[in-house]
Design a protein around this ligand. Structure first.
Ligand code: NAP
Length: 347
C-alpha cells in the first residue's frame, strides 16, 4: 500500500471503459496511489461516459486526440493494435508506459515484470520508457514457481489452465451469459467471440494456432516464464483451456525439480513467499477455487500441494488467481508503485 507521498503523478488509463481499465481505477484508489491528475482514455464511441476513481469523476477523453505530454505514467490496456500505434507516441512525449498487451513483451530491451519475482529488472525501463505486464496465466504461475526455482531449481513445468471468460474482456463475459441464458431457455446460441460454444463447455483453444500446433496463449506461457525467471533452460509445456467461469483462472501445474525435496519444506517455503496464500491440507473442500476464493481478491492461491507419484522429483500444485486484478491491473499498479518509489520520485 502507498503511504501519503509529497510527490504526485499525472496518470492516464488507456482502455478506461474495459474490465482491466475499471479495475485499474478501483485499485489505484484502494492503494492510495499518489495521483495529481488522472485521464480516462477510450475510443470515440465512449465519449460522454463518466468513470469514477474514488471521489473523482472523470470524463472519457478520446485516445486519438490525447496529448501524452501531460502524463507521467500511462497504463495501456486497449489491445495490441492500440498499443502498437499509441505507445510510441506516449513514450516520445516522455511518459513511462506500463503495457498490458503482448506487443512489447518479447523485446529483449523491454522489462517484463512480476514484482514478486523480478522487480529488480524494472530499472531497464529507461532504455525505452516501456515496461511490459505479462500474460495473466503466466503471472499467477511464476509467483508460485519463483521460490521453488530459487531453492531447488526447476527443470520442467507442465501446466494445464482453466481460464475464465473475463480474460477475453467484457465481450467474453457477455457471450457466456447470453449462451447460458439461451440454453437454459431451450433456445439456440450465437457465437461471436469463441470458436465453439462456451456455456456448459470447455474450449481447448485460447488465441490463434501456431505452426507447432500450440496456441499463442500456450507459447506466451513458455516464452514469458523463461524471460521472467531469467532462465532459458526451463522447459515449459502448456495446454490452455477456456472454461465457463466468469472471473479467476485456475492452473494444474506439475513441476520437475532439479534436486530432491521434502514436501513439508516446500509448503513452508510457499507459505512465507510474497503474494501467495497456501492451503496446505489435501482434504475435502480445503483448496482454493477461482470463483469462490480468487475472484475479487489480490493474492495468488496455492493448494493441492503433493508429490507427483510418477517421478522422483515431481511436485503438483493447483494455483488460482483473479485474472483481471493480479493477472493485469494489480500487477501493473505494483510495477508503478516500485517505479515511483525507486526511479521517478527524484525527477
Ligand atoms: P475490454 O473489456 O474489451 O476493454 C477494451 C478497452 O479498450 C475498452 O476501454 C475500449 O474502449 C478500449 N479500446 C478498444 N479499441 C480502442 C481504440 N481503437 N481506441 C481507444 N480505446 C480502445 O478488454 P479488457 O479485458 O479490459 O482487456 C484489455 C487489454 O488488456 C487487452 O489487450 C487484453 O489482452 C489485456 N489483458 C486482459 C486481461 C484480462 O484478464 N481481461 C488480462 C491481462 C491482459 P471502448 O469501450 O471505447 O471501445
Amino acid at each position: 500500500m502507498m503511504s501519503d507521498n509529497l510527490v504526485k503523478y499525472n496518470i492516464a488509463v488507456v482502455g478506461a471503459t474495459g474490465q482491466v481499465g475499471e479495475a485499474l481505477f478501483e485499485i489505484l484508489h484502494e492503494r492510495q496511489f499518489p495521483i495529481k491528475n488522472i485521464f480516462a482514455l477510450a475510443s470515440s464511441k465512449s465519449l460522454g461516459k463518466i468513470i469514477t476513481c474514488g471521489e473523482r469523476t472523470i470524463q472519457i477523453s478520446e485516445l486519438s486526440k490525447f496529448d501524452f505530454a501531460q502524463v507521467d505514467i500511462a497504463f495501456f490496456s486497449a489491445g495490441g493494435e492500440v498499443s502498437s500505434k499509441y505507445v510510441p507516441k506516449a513514450t516520445a512525449a516522455n511518459c513511462v508506459v506500463i503495457d498490458n498487451t503482448s506487443t512489447f513483451r518479447y523485446e529483449s530491451n523491454i522489462p517484463l515484470i512480476v514484482p514478486e519475482v523480478n522487480s529488480s529488472e524494472i530499472k531497464h525501463f529507461k532504455k525505452t520508457n516501456i515496461i511490459a505486464n505479462p500474460n495473466c496465466s503466466t503471472i499467477q504461475m511464476v509467483v508460485a514457481l519463483k521460490p521453488i526455482h530459487e531453492t531447488y531449481g526447476i527443470k520442467r513445468v507442465n501446466v494445464s489452465t482453466y481460464q475464465s471468460v473475463s480474460g477475453s474482456g467484457r465481450s467474453g463475459i457477455e457471450e457466456l451469459a447470453a449462451q447460458t441464458s439461451s440454453l437454459l431457455n431451450a433456445k439456440g446460441i450465437e457465437k461471436n467471440i469463441y470458436p465453439e460454444q462456451i456455456a456448459f463447455n470447455c474450449i481447448p483453444q485460447i488465441d490463434h494456432f501456431m505452426d507447432n500446433g500450440y496456441t499463442k496463449e500456450e507459447m506466451k506461457m513458455v516464452w514469458e516464464t523463461k524471460k521472467i525467471l531469467g532462465d532459458e533452460s526451463i522447459q515449459v509445456n502448456a495446454t490452455t483451456v477456456r472454461v465457463p467461469v466468469f472471473f479467476g483462472h485456475s492452473e494444474a501445474i506439475s513441476i520437475e525439480l532439479k534436486t530432491k525435496f521434502q514436501l513439508g519444506d516446500v509448503i513452508s517455503l510457499l507459505e512465507k513467499s510474497p503474494g501467495l496464500i497456501v492451503s496446505p491440507e489435501n482434504k475435502e473442500g480445503q483448496y482454493p477455487t477461482a470463483a469462490v476464493t480468487a475472484a475479487a481478491s489480490d493474492a495468488v492461491y496455492v493448494g493441492r500441494i503433493r508429490r507427483d507419484i510418477s517421478t522422483d522429483s515431481g511436485l503438483n500444485l493447483w494455483v488460482v488467481a483473479d485474472n483481471v486484478r493480479k493477472g493485469a491491473a494489480l500487477n501493473s499498479i505494483q510495477i508503478a508503485e516500485i517505479l515511483i518509489a525507486k526511479y521517478l520520485s527524484n525527477c
